[in-house]
Design a protein around this ligand. Sequence first.
Ligand code: UTP
Length: 471
Amino acid sequence: MAQKLIAQKLAQIGQSGVLRFYDKLDMEERERLLGQLDALDLGMIVNLIETQVKVKAPLALPTDIQPVTTYPRAPRGDQKEHYAKAFARGEELLRQGKVAAFLVAGGQGTRLGYDGPKGEYPVSPVMNKPLFQLFAEQLLGNARTYGKTIPWYIMTSDANDSATRAFFQRHRHFGYDEKDVFFFQQGMMPAFSLTGEMLLAEKDSLALSPDGHGGSLRALMKSGALADMKRRGVEHLSYFQVDNPLVHCMDARFLGLHDLSGSEMSSKTVGKAHALEKVGNFCMADGKVQVIEYSDLPEALAKSTNADGTLRFNAGSIAIHALRVSFIERLNAGGDLNLPWHRAEKKVPFVDANGKTVKPDAPNAVKLEQFVFDAIPLAENAIVYETDRAEEFSPVKNAEGADSPTTCRRDQVLRAARWLEAAGIDVPKLNDAPDCNLEISPLYAVSKAQLVERKPRVPAINSGQSVYLEK
Ligand code: UTP
């Protein structure tokens, strides 16, 4: 869009401040700023400023919040037949190439503080494989099992897109065929001052950040990824996040339950570690499955128990979903994605009216993000399926402490030990924990069942030894 038109639009919405240094910028700088502004939906932004930035919109909690009924991990007697059918259906979908992998990797990873896309982070216990490689190998392992390529859609953001693509190039896509990996960028949102002005990070650059993992549902459409899926005959997406290497990227039973129930968006859950654990809570609220954030669920409800003492609200969200391609199309049909925006006040460095960079020591800005789980109440027949935390969830969020590389490596070793023991292999223990370092390549086995089936022949494992099961 021409500079004049953008300047006019900005003037109309009272945001001309972002052009205050424009006349002093060189051509390249001007282009950068105009490009960023052109990518924004200024009409939507002006509306958001009034409704979300200048005011803290009161939280509209549903009036009737009940626990959600989940599909248990181990089927009850009356569910066994359905589970068997679901598993067969899931396998059929995978054999037919109707499921694609969808990785969201556009986040900033500020808590981990790694200098580069989080997916590059080396995390496997023996081989130090990066997160991206672990997912690639798992998908390749599944593709081999089902005899069908699994197209892989990877969402990045402006901040990490070129680094992510270069990393995949350098590693030859970890064995994936390049034409089956589709990178696309999510949208960016400007940070606003508390009074609603868009902030500049530099004289030629807005203070932008990714628009949240919910933005993926818009970006899939805008980028042409959805059209690519339709061309390939993909009907479902298996959604996972870049920080959890334990995720089962393709789970035939989960996909089958999702498909057979006619669900447009399904989710995996784990039992919460304790009543106030900082995870979203799956609830049945106003007749719809939805996630209520830990900070929003009234404490009395979070702590309420059943007659047997178990938590009533025990279904924690671990950000693993299955989505129908037709659902994502439907969500975008109205022109824009109708998901709520979440407001957070943050410290955002900015260039002030005098051109000086200010590093605030108190929150000075509002950031807005959309969350993928807010699509669940919009889905028909949404289901929630219970999985085992130890088997499937150990994210790398922080540099140290809980949910850090240390805990994630530990949990990978614990899982490998359980799989090996199930295959009849002795694992040396010290105080009940494996006294060795273990890693099973996803190209060797993608699940405990597959490992058991392969009847691995492993020489006796000694205390302190590192063992890696390859291809
Ligand atoms: P997180 O909520 O952990 O955010 O993302 P983050 O940005 O990675 O990390 P912090 O909060 O700055 O430390 C969960 C998943 O959602 C993706 C992330 O890449 C990760 O896979 N995500 C998050 C996006 O793809 N885009 C976003 O805008 C936000």
